[in-house]
Structures are given as C-alpha cells and as structure tokens.
Design a protein around this ligand. Structure first.
Ligand code: 8YV
Length: 314
C-alpha cells in the first residue's frame, strides 16, 4: 500500500503526477473543510509536501501525529515550524543549490531593469513615444558599480560570479567571513555594508536574526544613489520604511521579487517609477522547477527507504 501524504499547495503538474504515481496524495488547499480532511487522514498521513512560501504550520502538524517527513519544494524553510519538527522527530528536506543560478539571474535582471529603466523603456516604445517625444531619459550604469551581498550562501556566491562579469567590486555581510570568498570584502555590519555600496543584494535566509534587518537605518545608509535588490524573503525588509525611502527618493530604487505578505503586494509600490516588481518568480523556470521537483521527490524517497535525506535541514 502506498504511503499517504498531504500536499499543502499546488506544485508543477509534472511533479505532482510523479508524486501521485508513488504516493496517495491529499490536496490541502483544495479542501473546503480542512479540519475534516486532516481528521480523516490523521492516522495514515506520514509525510507533508509543501513549497517555500506555504511551508507548514505547527497547527497542521499537530493534527497529523504520524508525519515524520516534511519535504519542501524550495530552499527557504522559514514557513516550516522547524522547532516543532526537531522536537517531534520530523525530518525536513529542502531544495538548495539547484535554484541558485536562476535566483542569481533574477537578482542581476532586477538590478539591470531598475537601473536601465527597462520597464519604462518598453512602455515608452510600445506607446509610440519615441517618434513623437524623442529619446527616453538617460538611465544609470550598472557595470563597475560597487555591489554588496547580504548572505553569502549558494545564491550569494552564484550572484557574485555574475557581478564579477560586470566588473563590480564585491563586499558581503554574512554571519562570518567565508574561506571560499576571499576575493570579496567581508563587512560585519549590514549598515556599514549598505553605506559602502551602490547595490545591496539580499540573498540571506529568513531567520530570527535577519527578519526586519533591512530597516530605515540600513536604507538611509544605502543612500540616494543606492539600489536595493531582494530575491530572498520580503520579511527581511521593513516594507513601510522601504516605501517611504522610495517615495522620498532617499534611495535610488529597488528591484523586488519577494514581499512580506505574499501574494499581496502593498499598493504603494504600484505607483512608484523607481521600483521593478516580480511576483516571486526567481526560481520560476521550467529547468529549475523540474530540478527542484526531482530533489524534493528524492528526499521523500530517501526518507521512506530509511536513508539520510539528500539535503536535510532537520
Ligand atoms: C519558490 C522559494 O518560488 O526556494 C524558495 O524558498 O521561495 C522559491 O524558490 C517556491 O518555493 C516555489 O513555490
């Protein structure tokens, strides 16, 4: 008999169909009576599959006492109650590394888009303004500017390789200096880092130590010529402070793939011309989502085979 799993939210259809070929899968988000669903599978359900944004709450896990694996389709595990999992012998796996290149590409794309005003230029061209009003206003160069990376993990390192191609001197803020990043300058204080760079890239994981860390003081340190690019989690940024900084031009602009209350984006961003927005899509390529799906499935298979997870968080 196949093992019973709870799937918290939608995933790539090909991944779900592979999942269903091996396991009995219950779709949590589709259920009209979620408590009744949890009660009906309470004794059979042995695993949870979820994505980085949804994670899984303690309230759900408490209702499924036989769950021993949470397999996350994503690198971020901030939405999974890791303390509860640790205390209850629940393994947690995620999908690091396979998405780093695409997330780094998105960070670079956002930096270019907001500096070179790609969205404005596209609208200008489509609206037929070029023949009527002439060339669009000049923009800002990216090449050679100073880059700061907040969080030098796998994504930060992939981003650094791209920034090197743009001949940008790189500084980074991390819990500690990294021996594999000696070509880059370690800066212990985030505020200090912000004051030294033109682009502050946020690639750190959301943890109690990083949540809310991009506050008004960091944004003021970044200053009127500085850009904030966030491909991590919206919760790392004090969003009202960011909105004020952008409105008052206390920073030059922002490129944002992530928001504090997804999928809701504060409306104040929509009327700003110094921000480029994406709907949390940095890992959203076919190639990466397939690879994430495979790793998520491999972690599940390892767990049920009694082997260590390939990429264990807990
Ligand atoms: C995904 C993410 O968009 O990996 C993460 O932590 O946030 C993203 O890659 C998400 O997990 C898929 O829905």
């Amino acid at each position: 008999m196949s093992q019973t799993l709870l799937l918290i939210g939608p995933l790539l259809p090909s991944v779900v169909s592979t999942l269903e070929s091996t396991y009995t899968v219950h779709r949590y988000w589709k259920s009209d009576d979620k408590d009744a669903l949890l009660a009906s599978i309470a004794s059979d359900c042995v695993g949870v599959v979820t994505d980085g944004g949804n994670g899984v709450s303690k309230a759900i896990l408490q209702k499924l006492p036989n769950v021993k694996i949470v397999s996350v389709f994503g690198v971020g595990v901030d939405a999974v109650d890791l303390d509860y999992c640790r205390d209850n012998g629940i393994s947690v796996g995620n999908t690091p590394d396979v998405l780093s290149d695409d997330v780094a590409d998105m960070a670079m794309a956002l930096a270019l888009a907001v500096s070179r005003q790609l969205v404005f230029g596209d609208q200008y061209a489509r609206a037929g303004k070029w023949p009527v009003s002439g060339a669009m206003p000049l923009t800002r160069r990216v090449m050679g500017k100073r880059a700061g990376i907040y969080g030098m993990g796998s994504i930060g390192k992939a981003l650094a390789l791209r920034l090197e191609g743009f001949q940008m001197p790189i500084s980074y803020c991390n819990r500690s200096p990294r021996s594999d990043s000696e070509n880059y300058t370690f800066v212990a204080s985030l505020k200090e880092l912000a004051s030294q760079v033109d682009y502050l890239f946020v690639t750190a994981a959301a943890t109690p130590g990083t949540i809310g860390s991009i506050d008004a003081t960091v944004l003021d340190a970044l200053g009127p010529d500085g850009y904030l690019i966030n491909v991590s989690r919206g919760t790392l940024v004090d969003e009202p402070a960011l909105i004020s900084s952008l409105q008052e031009k206390r920073i030059a602009g922002a490129g944002l793939d992530v928001f504090a209350d997804e999928p809701n984006i504060p409306e104040a961003f929509f009327s700003l011309d110094n921000v480029v927005l994406q709907p949390h899509n940095a890992s959203g390529t076919w190639e990466t989502r397939e690879a994430m799906g495979k790793l998520m499935l491999d972690n599940l298979a390892a767990h049920f085979a009694g082997k260590p997870l390939l990429t264990a968080v807990v």
